[in-house]
Write a protein that binds this ligand. Structure first.
Ligand SMILES: [Zn+2]
Ligand SMILES: [Zn+2]
Length: 508
């Protein structure tokens, strides 16, 4: 059974296209109700009247920001447009000017890391803030009523759907492809300037390349900083077919880990007084309902690349739900993170494997080994929103498309009696129970499949290699009543890894 049943819900999933997922959904998720739509009520509603007396003046509308608020969002509306009233909008915090959008926006947000264009990110301090209303014109004899709804975001709160978008980018359940690890000018990403100099590579180049690769979602993960969120806030409305998930790479002297799903600062100074232990760091991540993934654990560590491998003392792997098993082109070989990840599975933990390009140059062509979207992490999610994608990753409904194609796909399912589960899910099977495996393979003609059981390759029934563009394979296992995990790799004829699947867990 899925460990995160709220990830999918009956209503949304009912629209699913492929029959195989109908089985999956009906059995794995059917019992769980939809999570209630979060009511989004303003914390304050400010109302007032603008008349001819206010023409060509500025009206200050004060409001109190309480302690503990980390984000202030405003929605503004007024009557009398049709009778020549215009009200411009700006904001003063308790110390300084925070922006002016005139008549070009009726909603905006400001926080420490990011703000709607026209507004400045920066500390959100408690005290009296003021909406600044500029009144260039009011119709003769007109009384215009305005209403400003103020929403406060508090530390540790997450957006109901997504940080940068008010609604899912795409509705309905599907497999979505993304890159969860990229760098740009906000850390050590670089590319060639107009004149051919190597310069910090603007974030928009990364976003543009990701969109050109056809990715559904991205997480830009600059090292330790949160300065890139402001640029993402600006770009998200334009790249509105692609989901932006806030990310950063916590980069310590003992290891690197991506954190997804929060824009709040997280202290990265592991082993310092402020973050003495990894558990403390995880407490901080958990308090923000964010998701941590250990990055490239197969890389060596030392003076050449400090903290690139994972040497964090006393790591409580029970609290780590995701590992970047494939970083860039390190799918196999001595730098692969797959053995490190599989060791955790053999230890009896359920951990999702993901991939990330770790791209540091947005202008690499798509066939470059470190190009954006290579590998792609492919997630089965209830819709294309930050919450749904992160829930899908937590649940292990994930495979990694090593070469970042647009269409290679697998789906592994297991049925025993009345139970049917998919990659990432667990089932209890007593001794002697027959388990029917079914594997769909799309756009993998010529490849062959490895079924991996507790780290050992075993045959997938009597199947040899994939002949057609779309195939459905079946195999059978008999439970010995013990704990096992089963997953598949798909390899090309020359042996290179094309797709890495996450496990189905038996008796975990
Ligand atoms: Zn790293
Ligand atoms: Zn990185």
């Amino acid at each position: 059974m899925s460990i995160y049943p709220e990830a999918l819900c009956v209503k949304k999933v009912a629209a699913i296209g492929k029959a195989i997922f109908l089985i999956f959904v009906a059995t794995a998720f059917g019992a769980f109700p939809c999570r209630a739509q979060q009511e989004h009520q303003p914390d304050l509603v400010l109302r007032g009247t603008i008349t001819e007396a206010n023409r060509e003046s500025y009206v200050e509308v004060p409001f109190r920001v309480p302690a503990g608020v980390v984000r202030v969002s405003v929605e503004f509306a007024y009557t009398g447009h049709e009778r020549q009233t215009t009200i411009d909008l700006g904001l003063l915090d308790n110390e300084r000017f925070r922006g002016w959008s005139g008549g070009n926006k009726n909603a905006f947000t400001v926080s420490e890391s990011d703000a709607t264009p026209s507004y400045l990110p920066g500390p959100v301090r408690p005290g009296v803030w003021k909406l600044l209303l500029g009144v260039p014109s009011v119709g003769k004899g007109v009384r215009s009523e305005y209403v400003a709804k103020i929403y406060f975001g508090r530390a540790g709160e997450t957006a109901a759907t997504s940080t940068f978008e008010a609604a899912p980018v795409r509705q309905g359940p599907a497999w979505f492809r993304g890159d969860l690890h990229m760098h740009d000018a906000h850390s050590d990403g670089s590319c060639d300037s107009q004149s051919g100099k190597k310069v910090p590579c603007p974030l928009y180049k990364t976003v543009e390349a990701a969109a050109a690769r056809g990715l559904d979602f991205i997480a830009i993960t600059d090292h330790n900083t949160i300065s890139h969120f402001d640029a993402e806030r600006e770009l998200a409305p334009y790249f509105d077919r692609m989901l932006f998930i806030p990310g950063r790479e916590i980069t310590t002297f003992q290891g690197h880990a991506n954190v997804f799903g929060t824009t709040e600062f997280i202290d990265f100074r592991l082993t310092s007084k402020s973050v003495p232990t990894f558990s403390k760091l995880l407490d901080e991540v958990d308090s923000k309902h964010a998701l941590l993934s250990i990055n490239h654990p197969g890389l060596p560590t030392g003076s050449a690349c400090m903290g690139c491998g994972w040497s964090v003392k006393d790591t409580d792997f029970k609290r780590v739900h995701v590992i970047e098993a494939i970083n860039g082109d390190n799918a196999d070989g001595p730098l692969s993170g797959v053995p490190f990840w599989q060791q955790r599975l053999n230890d009896g933990l359920r951990v999702t494997a993901i991939g990330g390009s770790d791209n540091h140059n947005a202008s690499y062509p798509p066939d470059h080994e470190a190009a954006i979207g290579r590998p792609a992490t492919v997630v089965y999610a209830a819709n294309l929103s930050e919450r749904a994608i992160l829930d899908g990753i937590r649940a292990g409904h994930v495979f990694v498309d090593v070469e970042g194609t647009r269409d290679r796909a697998i789906a592994l399912m297991a049925t025993a009696g009345a139970q049917t589960v998919a990659m990432g899910d667990s089932m209890n099977v007593s001794t002697g129970t027959r388990i029917d495996l079914s594997l769909s393979l799309d756009n993998l003609a010529g490849a062959h499949v490895e079924l991996i059981r507790d780290g050992e390759v075993v045959p997938f029934g009597d199947h040899k290699s994939v002949a057609m563009q779309h195939e459905q394979w079946r195999a059978e296992q008999v439970s010995d009543g013990k704990r096992h995990w089963l997953r598949v790799n798909v390899r090309a004829q020359d042996g290179r890894l094309l797709v890495l699947g996450n496990p189905i867990y038996l008796n975990f």
